[in-house]
Design a protein around this ligand. Sequence first.
Ligand code: NDP
Length: 234
Amino acid sequence: MKIFITGANRGLGLALAKTALERGHEVFAGARSLDPEKLSQLKDLQNRFGAKLIPVEIDVSDESAVIRAFQQVKRHTERLDAVINNAGILMGRERSIADTDLDECMDTMNVNAFGPLRVIKHFLPLLKKGDNPTVINVSSDAGSISSAYGGDYAYGLSKAALNMLTAKAKKELKASGIRVFSVHPGWMRTDMGGPSAEIEPEIPAAGICKMIEFSDFPEQDLILVDYEGKPMDI
Ligand code: NDP
């Protein structure tokens, strides 16, 4: 399969790139900068997997950068079988409503919710030609309205909006045969999750790869699932 992943230079995105390559897929690895210093871990993968890994410069907060990334990918392929909207930021953690910084909220929304919207919008022509194409929006239980907790406004609102994007895009793109899911990857040991987190990112990376590979998994009407494909409340 041909898979495009945003934020693939570290954390879950890097684990997704590595896992997909090890499972025989071709990976277009999105990174904000193609500066070799920032891409050292992706370069290691490139040494192992050669032309099956293609780095792509993309800042999901900038629509013109997303269009340039689409054009770069299109030079290599006429189709994508999966797009994984993984890039995300976390700001203003545990702040009360009184201390919430609206600029941080807008920046977070711009990356976590509007970033995937920009990517889906511009990568649709390649997805429409994909083999059982799937969009995975990497979300979070922090975006679940039914289990909302106090604080964390910027991140929580952005992931709730991302889940709405999943629900709406799922309805619209069904006619084109494109599956769309939000996935909560669990609390992972990454720069965002910190060293005390529960799991290594390779675990949800394997689960997400399986979702993409198995065409009848999971049920079409699910919006938010965990990395094993089990339904979660939104
Ligand atoms: P990291 O902070 O480790 O990595 C984030 C990645 O996103 C980096 O590659 C970063 O690039 C990229 N990124 C940030 N902003 C942009 C942008 N504007 N354009 C393109 N790329 C960008 O996060 P994780 O790997 O932990 O998280 C991955 C996803 O999983 C996120 O969507 C996150 O919300 C979600 N998640 C994470 C959890 C956890 O426990 N870690 C729990 C639940 C959900 P750069 O290196 O250039 O900054």
